[in-house]
Each structure stands twice: as C-alpha cells, then as structure tokens.
Design a protein around this ligand. Structure first.
Ligand SMILES: [Zn+2]
Ligand SMILES: [Zn+2]
Length: 346
C-alpha cells in the first residue's frame, strides 16, 4: 500500500489556538500500529486542554485521543494485526515498569503516555498507537461508536468503583455524555432505580430507563432525589459534573454506608461534611481512567441495549472541524458526542 507523505491534522499551537496543518504521516515504531483514522470524537478534556492546557502539553501537539479506523501499517514486531483490520484505540499507554504498573494499576502509571497529550493524537488522517492498546472492532459496530472505546472503559470503571449491589439505587450527577453513559451502564442488566440530575432537556430525554431530574425545574433537588427513590437516600452517587454544588449534592443524597464516586475533576477545594461522613459511614472513591477494562468496553460497544450510536449525535466531515468543536463546547441542547469523520463512514 502506498500512502501520502503528509496529512491533515489539528494541532494545538497555543491557548485557544487549534490550527489545521499539514504534517508528515508518522511511521510506526516497532511495537506500534499506524491507523488511518475514520472517526475521532471530541472529548470534554480536549476542550479543556485547548482552553487551559491543565496538563502542560508541550506545544505544538496534534490533539485527539478517541479514535477508530483501519490499520494502514505495522511496526516490525507487531503480528496480531493485519493491514486493513478495522480497529479502535485506547489512548492510555502504561509503561508496564513503574510501581503502579507492577501493582496492576497501569491506568495510574507514573510514566503514563497518552495520545494527544505527550504524543500526537487522533485529530489527524493517521495516528500511531502501541499495538497492545488496539482492538479489532466487533462486527456491526460503526467506526463512530468504536471511537468511544475509552470513554466507555472509563465509565465502566466509574460504575465498578461504586460496587453497586443488586437492588441498590444509583444517582448520577451530570447529564453530559459521560453522565448518560454511566447511567445506561448502571441500568444495564439488573433492574434498579437510576436517577440522573442535569440541566438540559435534550440530554435528560435520553437517560431512559433512568429517572431524569432537571435541577432548575424542581424547588429542591435533594428532596426530588429522595422522592424519586421512595423517600430514601441513594446507595451510590456518581459525580459526572465537577462543580462544588454537584459534590455537595452527591454526598448529601447518600444513605448510611453510601458511596460517592468522584468521576469528574472537582473544581477548587470545596469543603466536605466530614461529620456526616463519619456518623453515616460514607465512602468517597476516586475514579480516573480505567483499570485495563479495554476488553470489557469492547463488549459494551456491541451491546445493542446501550444504544451507543445515539450518543454520537453528530458525524461531521473533517473539513467542518470548527463547527464540531463549537457544538461540543456550546451545543448542550443538541449535541452529546461529536465525531469528525474522514473518508469512508461505514
Ligand atoms: Zn476522552
Ligand atoms: Zn507505569
């Protein structure tokens, strides 16, 4: 196969300066796969990186970390894939050598590599990724859904961290793509009450079978949560919004021995009701990245009951990238996940 020497890509060059550029097509190092991108989805963290660069990305950098496509070339030591395979990539690259990796916590690796952060990412016609972080896309799963491999993996982790037992009630605070995904995963299988709090009708209409509460349409959100749960507090609250108010609501909604899963990055250092935590024996758990849930996530991609295709509300050709970012940033009444598509779309 012959490929072009240069490719289109979106490069972050400075604060709020994402620029379309022509850059060389990368060559895959020995343990990597070169993927011709078909779909790449915009993540909230891309928007934060573009605006504030909280991780101190060394610029310029090709952004993007949620991608799927077709294998275009293989590094010398890669034997498990073939050129032409339809694949999805997980952007987190554990070093496998540090203390956390040795403990089996590769997602908390001290030398973590990450597409779009310390290496060029998926907002490009081609990207390279270590072969162990790549999976073949299950038959029948479209590329746009396959690019949700990592978002699904981190949401599976958030649900698992809550150790939800049969019959327990779950509250999800936040109606963004992650909040809806977590709600759908928590509702799957076991019949249970799942409640989602948000502030966008468009998004709250998609939470079924969960119960939706619009925080601005009820006089008292905490009371509305109790009423939705037969007057009781919830067993597990998962924070998919990072405001101090969301944190306070999540914690205040828990019944005795309840668990709060902090999935979103909470802004600032809000105070916590430690007395209530002590007397009600509450737990607070962090959830960030996923503990090698790549194969579990792959199975979820093919689960028709999760209706993941409906979470990708927009599939735009790459040329329309400014509109894609505008929708992801401000289109909360019409957009969830926005995908940029290159060429073939099947
Ligand atoms: Zn992401
Ligand atoms: Zn490591």
């Amino acid at each position: 196969m012959t490929f072009p020497t240069t490719m289109q890509a979106l490069q972050l060059q400075g604060s709020n300066r994402l620029v379309e550029v022509q850059v060389p097509v990368p060559r895959p190092p020995s343990d990597q796969v070169l993927v011709r991108t078909v779909s790449t989805t915009v993540c909230t963290s891309d928007l934060n990186d573009i605006a504030h660069n909280p991780f101190g990305i060394v610029l310029p950098r090709v952004m993007g970390h949620e991608g799927a496509g077709v294998v275009a070339a293989l590094g010398e030591s890669v034997s498990q894939f073939q050129v032409g395979d339809r694949v999805a990539a997980h952007p987190v690259i554990p070093c496998r050598g540090c203390e956390n990796c040795q403990r089996g916590l590769g997602h908390l690796c001290s030398n973590l590599g990450h597409l779009g952060l310390d290496r060029d990412g998926t907002f490009a016609e081609f990207f390279c990724i270590r072969a162990d972080r790549v999976r073949r896309i299950p038959p029948g799963v479209e590329f746009a859904v396959a690019s949700l491999l990592e978002p699904v993996a981190v949401c599976v982790e958030a649900v698992q961290r809550g150790r939800i037992q049969p019959g327990e009630t779950v509250l999800v605070v936040g109606d963004g793509p992650f909040g809806l995904l977590i709600a759908r995963l928590a509702s799957r299988g076991e019949p249970r009450t799942v409640i989602v709090i948000g502030r966008h009708d468009f998004r709250l209409h998609q939470v079924l079978p969960a119960i939706a509460i619009h925080e601005r349409r009820v006089p008292d959100v905490q009371r509305a949560v109790r009423e939705a749960n037969n007057g009781r507090g919830v067993d597990v609250a998962i924070l998919a919004a990072g405001s101090p108010v969301a944190l306070e609501l999540g914690l205040a909604s828990l019944r005795a021995r309840g668990r709060l899963v902090v999935f979103s990055a909470v802004q600032g250092t809000p105070s916590v009701d430690w007395f209530r935590l002590h007397t009600q024996e509450l737990e607070i758990l962090g959830a960030c990245n996923d503990e090698d849930l790549i194969d579990a996530a792959l199975e979820r991609l093919a689960d028709p009951e999760l209706r993941l295709s409906s979470l990708v509300t927009h599939r735009l050709p790459f040329a329309e990238w400014p509109r894609a970012f505008e929708l992801a940033r401000h289109g909360k009444d019409e957009a969830l996940k926005v995908a940029l598509m290159f060429g073939e779309q099947a």
